[in-house]
Design a protein around this ligand. Structure first.
Ligand SMILES: Cc1cc2nc3c(=O)[nH]c(=O)nc-3n(C[C@H](O)[C@H](O)[C@H](O)COP(=O)(O)OP(=O)(O)OC[C@H]3O[C@@H](n4cnc5c(N)ncnc54)[C@H](O)[C@@H]3O)c2cc1C
Length: 342
């Protein structure tokens, strides 16, 4: 058996921004055997840049990728042994995230609903510790199984070892780019407690006059909120939030509040504060702007969009402009959440 390497591969279908880009080489990973072959191939080509890709919903190809892109396609779901308090489900990295959430809800494994409709794969979920409407996936993970393309080892990393933070984990570090997530084991409490503290979700539940909140209610509210606010990447290219919400200390917060008393912020542990990047962008006068085929989405200014024929570099230039304007207006530096490549 040999790997089927494809040359000059068109990545348009493999990035939700829908920008044109090519990979020098591309390979589909369908099973463990492919990972072992991939390791040998990379050992024989040590200088070849490497990228493991899921659905491409959190990446921006600024240009072509001059290396090997391996697309994670390993699928499957195992229902593991339960305890009195928890169920454990192992999902393989190539599974579609939203389908997984739906399947969990349908089979009575509740507690993923807040993360419904996030595009992408199960394998990428731990990478940036996906989060939405008051829940981060780290709260539901038991361990993450990885294959180390350098050492050839399989290892199970605990949540502590993954070092999950806000939109961050060890998998986002450059030096770990040869750590391939193969599967994720989730720990699901049998006693369901809806997670509905997040302001927007709470308002949606109230607006729908829901009193006894079920997991299906949370799912319905989250999906309806997302449909209203976010562009569907199959129609308008985007990668969700382009920037992370910046975190500042008390001094900076007070300084900003003096001039902007209505600014949105959330207190964090340790005397730090999370600002709303959407509010900062909106109040820099950028919400809804359009420059050629790129723009800032009018219903959610954290989302940069490709209206049709934009190139990756056009999106990148717009992101630079947004960063510059926010820094100028508020003295706050925005950092991309999206992985910029090429
Ligand atoms: C409309 C829209 C809405 C979104 N909403 C949210 C949201 O609410 N919350 C949120 O957190 N994100 C959101 N996102 C971002 C994105 O959906 C998530 O980050 C998702 O987890 C990315 O999955 P993917 O398979 O597309 O990853 P990719 O874009 O393919 O890859 C992202 C990163 O993960 C790495 N990676 C992928 N697979 C593996 C693997 N098996 N092993 C190791 N590394 C891997 C890649 O190398 C890359 O660095 C949104 C995106 C869109 C387009």
């Amino acid at each position: 058996m040999a790997l089927k390497i494809q040359k000059d591969f068109n990545l348009s279908r493999f990035n939700t921004f829908g920008v044109p880009a090519k990979a020098k080489e591309f390979v589909e990973i369908s099973g463990i055997e492919d990972l072992l072959l991939l390791r040998n191939y990379l050992k024989a080509n040590p200088d070849l840049p490497f990228l493991i890709l899921g659905a491409g919903s959190d990446v921006l190809f600024k240009g072509d990728f001059q290396g090997l892109v391996a697309h994670m396609g390993i699928q499957g779901l195992d229902f593991l042994e339960e305890t009195d308090e928890f169920s454990f489900v192992k999902a393989y990295a190539g599974e579609n995230w939203h389908s997984f959430v739906r399947r969990m809800l349908d089979s009575g494994h509740l507690g993923f609903e807040n993360l419904a409709m996030i595009p992408g794969t199960v394998g990428a979920a731990p990478v940036q510790n996906i989060g939405a409407y008051g829940l981060e996936i780290a709260e539901r993970i038991e361990n993450v199984e990885c294959f180390d393309l350098v050492t050839g080892e399989f290892k199970n990393l605990s949540t502590q070892e993954c070092d999950f933070r806000y939109r961050d984990s060890i998998f986002k570090k450059k030096e770990n780019n040869k750590l391939v997530i193969v599967s994720v084991t989730f720990k699901i409490p049998k006693q369901y407690e809806p997670c509905v503290g997040y302001r927007e979700l709470a308002s949606e539940i109230e607006a729908n006059r829901i009193v006894h909140i079920t997991a299906s209610d949370v799912y319905a509210c989250v999906t309806s909120l997302r449909k209203r606010k976010l562009p569907d990447p199959t129609r308008v290219g985007n990668a969700g939030s382009f920037f992370k919400n910046p975190i500042v200390d008390k001094e900076k917060l007070n300084q900003l509040l003096e001039q902007n008393p209505s600014m949105i912020f959330y207190p964090l542990a340790g005397g730090r504060y999370k600002l709303s990047a959407a509010w900062l962008i909106d109040n820099s006068g950028l919400k809804g702007i359009r420059l050629g085929d790129v723009g800032v989405w009018d219903k959610q200014p954290l989302v940069l969009v490709n209206y049709g024929q934009a190139r990756g570099v056009d999106v990148f230039d717009l992101a630079q402009e947004v960063k510059y304007r926010v820094k100028n207006c508020f003295g706050v530096r925005l950092e991309p959440e999206v992985v910029i490549l090429g």
